[in-house]
Ligand binder design. Structure first.
Ligand SMILES: NC(=O)c1ccc[n+]([C@@H]2O[C@H](COP(=O)([O-])OP(=O)(O)OC[C@H]3O[C@@H](n4cnc5c(N)ncnc54)[C@H](O)[C@@H]3O)[C@@H](O)[C@H]2O)c1
Length: 282
């Protein structure tokens, strides 16, 4: 088994970059909301705002799909929903198996968003014999001994791992051996998989850590802004007090301090990159 190979490289088949593929679900979610409100067309700016993506990036992404919209009209919402769904493989049903039916696995099993997006939970697996036969979200929990037959019977190609980290690699190996080629991993560990297997990792604590970083940066920048504004005010006061001679220097100092204050203010307006999806390659 190869090690460290956890997701495909920068571009996929048909030349669509991985970063574009990662944004397609964001567009689809925004487009689905528009479709539900029976909105027929949408401009790239409106859709970019709704998806939390820069509009130039959106137009570039859609050019990979061969979708350019109509000048003055925008994009046809229904057609784009179909096109993106087809690109993401969502026009077909994907049976999914969830392994580890504890707090998280049970919550995932009951998540209605899977079915509405074409992911059918075909089976729930847990190693705890006390769980075997229990009903969770309308499905019967099966023991890990039944993992392989379940995958074969249901034609499962996507596995969700919600076990403790220590069990995740062994579960992953069994899933792959049984024919699963895509894994969504919630366990806080890096999985090694062979070529041809895609792993996506979800880690909410990493997302929170990224937000904490931005919070810390914003606090630092606000302090920097206050210092720069105070320096600008002091330099302006000094420039007013000096009538001749050093007035030019004081004026320059005031200008520089004001420039620093403006630059600091501009930086504080920047936040986390809304284009980065919460699910990341493992
Ligand atoms: N990614 C995230 O944001 C996120 C959020 C919450 C939890 N987690 C992770 O998800 C995992 C599950 O969390 P939880 O709170 O549901 O834990 P939990 O203890 O409630 O459930 C774990 C379940 O896995 C089962 N299990 C253990 N070993 C197994 C094996 N080899 N095969 C099949 N099933 C097995 C246990 O019997 C149990 O039912 C943990 O690794 C946790 O750290 C991740």
């Amino acid at each position: 088994m190869a090690t460290g190979r956890t997701h495909r490289t920068a571009t996929r088949s048909r030349g669509i970059p991985e970063a574009t593929v990662a944004r397609l679900p964001l567009y689809l979610r925004a487009l689905t909301a528009l479709s539900e409100r029976s909105v027929p067309t949408v401009s790239s700016e409106e859709l970019a705002t709704a998806a939390g993506v820069n509009s130039a990036k959106l137009r570039k992404d859609f050019s990979y799909l061969g979708s350019y919209g109509t000048r003055g009209v925008g994009y046809d919402v229904e057609y784009l929903v179909y096109q993106i769904s087809r690109e993401l493989g969502l026009t077909q049903d994907w049976p999914v198996v969830i392994v580890g039916i504890g707090n998280l696995g049970a919550a995932l099993a009951g998540y209605g968003g899977f079915a509405s997006r074409g992911f059918r939970v075909a089976g729930l697996i847990d190693a705890d014999r006390a769980m075997t036969g229990k009903q969770v979200a309308g499905l019967t929990v099966r023991h890990t001994d039944e993992l392989e037959p379940l995958i074969k019977e249901s034609g499962v190609s996507i596995g969700v791992i919600a076990t403790p980290a220590g069990a995740a690699q062994a579960v992953c190996n069994r899933l792959v051996e049984a024919g699963v080629t895509s894994i969504l991993n919630f366990a806080p560990t890096v999985l090694n998989v062979p070529d041809g297997v895609d792993v996506r990792k979800v880690d909410l604590s990493i997302e929170l850590q990224i937000l904490a970083f931005h919070e810390q940066r914003k606090a630092g920048e606000e302090a920097e802004l206050r210092d720069a504004e105070a320096a600008a005010a002091a330099a302006a006061a000094q420039s007013g007090a000096v009538e001749r001679g050093t007035a030019g220097t004081a004026g320059t100092a005031a200008g520089t301090a004001a420039g620093n204050a403006a630059a600091a203010k501009k930086r504080t307006g920047q936040g986390p990159d809304g284009d980065v999806p919460a699910v990341m390659p493992a």
